[in-house]
Ligand binder design. Structure first.
Ligand SMILES: [Zn+2]
Length: 383
């Protein structure tokens, strides 16, 4: 019915030429658009999130009208533009996850594949899987994305005229005071549109120059987390040079590095990207596997209630939700290991009593064992 819904994002600049055509494209009135653009500061509920000590984040929660407009901006403009991003951007994209980022840093090695099979001997070789990797994090990624950058993106990259670009810049950002109490305009973390617009702006300002300027490094960015991997096990001096080079690109793009979060991963240590081990293949970090195995093993012996304190969960239902969440995630990273844990979980669900008796048939007296049950406890005595 409405031809505007079928407009291709490539033809956006030809269709949207002013505030009236933008409002029509989004399916709202021009008055509403300007009302939101002028009053958006008052339409956010602001609070500070202190989930991790020393990492307080300002979160902005939009009210109903602003939220509805953001949903339209996202569906009609930002999501179609995000589909054109390269594989190095993995956050805030449909069908992409941390697994895609991790998989991009894996290396194929025919020598390893052939010489680590059973009955073969390992061969010394220059293995691309032993390359060095490092991670950098950007400081205040969302609020650093200024209104002028958003306007510039829509004007220079998407090709919209200045009037529409400025209006979009206004709709997608909000005013705030920085650490020196100076008034600034940036993308608020918490808005529906924030992840996508920050990705689009950072792709042009930062990712493009980084990929071009450091071609020997594989690069991915998951929101504000930048990860670089190299084929060779470079010495520390070379890695430092690469970090300084990356810092130069980040600074030139206008972002800042959070040096506290810098991590350099050499091959002999766990190389971990976004909670996934990537030394040879995608894997669950050993400590996380051990923790869940420990919980399930003891739940099998003593019941789930006894595990509440260890997992810091309040109820058994919450513990089950925690286990289900972990198993689901592990299942996507390393299916075989997750299947092992799933079997243990199923056994634990039967309850401690069922698990005590489960060992009894093997220990039948006829098979050279005697079973002695005292005070509810089962003892197996070798005869
Ligand atoms: Zn190899």
């Amino acid at each position: 019915m409405a031809p505007r819904t079928t407009i291709s994002i490539d033809r956006l600049s030809a269709t949207v030429t002013g505030d009236d055509t933008l409002a029509a494209y989004l399916g709202c009135s021009t008055r509403t658009l300007w009302h939101v653009a002028m009053k958006r500061h008052e339409m956010y509920e602001k609070f500070i999130l202190t989930a991790m000590p020393g990492a307080a984040r300002r979160v902005f929660v939009p009210n109903g009208l602003l939220r509805a407009l953001q949903a339209k901006l996202r569906a009609k403009i930002l999501t179609p533009l995000s589909r054109k991003l390269g594989p190095h951007v993995t956050a805030h994209r449909a069908g992409k996850s941390t697994l895609d980022a991790a998989a991009l840093h894996l290396r194929a090695c025919a020598v390893c594949d052939a010489t680590t099979l059973p009955n073969t001997n390992p061969v010394k070789h220059d293995c691309p899987r032993r390359g060095v990797k490092f991670r950098l994090e950007l400081k205040d990624f969302f609020l650093s994305t200024r209104r002028s950058w958003v306007c510039q993106y829509f004007h220079e990259v998407v090709g919209l005229n200045e009037c529409v670009s400025r209006l979009l810049g206004q709709l997608l950002t909000t005013g705030f005071r920085d650490s020196r109490r100076e008034k600034r305009n940036g993308v608020p973390q918490g808005a529906l549109t924030s992840g996508e617009i920050c990705n689009l702006v950072a792709d042009c300002r930062l990712d493009g120059p980084l990929i071009e300027g450091m071609p020997e490094w594989r690069y991915t960015r998951h929101e504000d987390s930048l990860y670089f991997s190299h084929d060779a096990a470079l010495p520390s001096v070379e890695v430092k040079k690469a970090i300084q080079s990356a810092k130069g690109f980040i600074k030139a793009a206008g972002y800042r590095v959070s040096w506290k979060q810098l991590q350099v991963h050499h091959w002999s240590r766990p190389q971990r990207l976004l909670g996934i081990n990537i030394n040879r293949k995608l894997n669950i970090p050993a400590n996380e596997y051990r923790q869940l195995h420990h919980v399930l093993y003891h739940a099998k012996k003593r019941g789930f209630e006894a595990q509440l304190k260890f997992t810091k969960t309040a109820t058994v239902a919450a513990l089950h939700a925690w286990i289900d969440g972990k198993l689901n995630y592990f299942g996507r990273v390393a299916p075989e290991k997750a299947a092992k844990l799933q079997r243990l979980y199923e056994a634990a669900k039967l309850g401690p009593e069922a698990n005590v008796h489960a060992t009894a048939p093997e220990a039948s007296p006829g098979a050279g064992y005697a079973v002695d049950q005292r005070g509810g406890e089962l003892y197996v005595i070798c005869t």
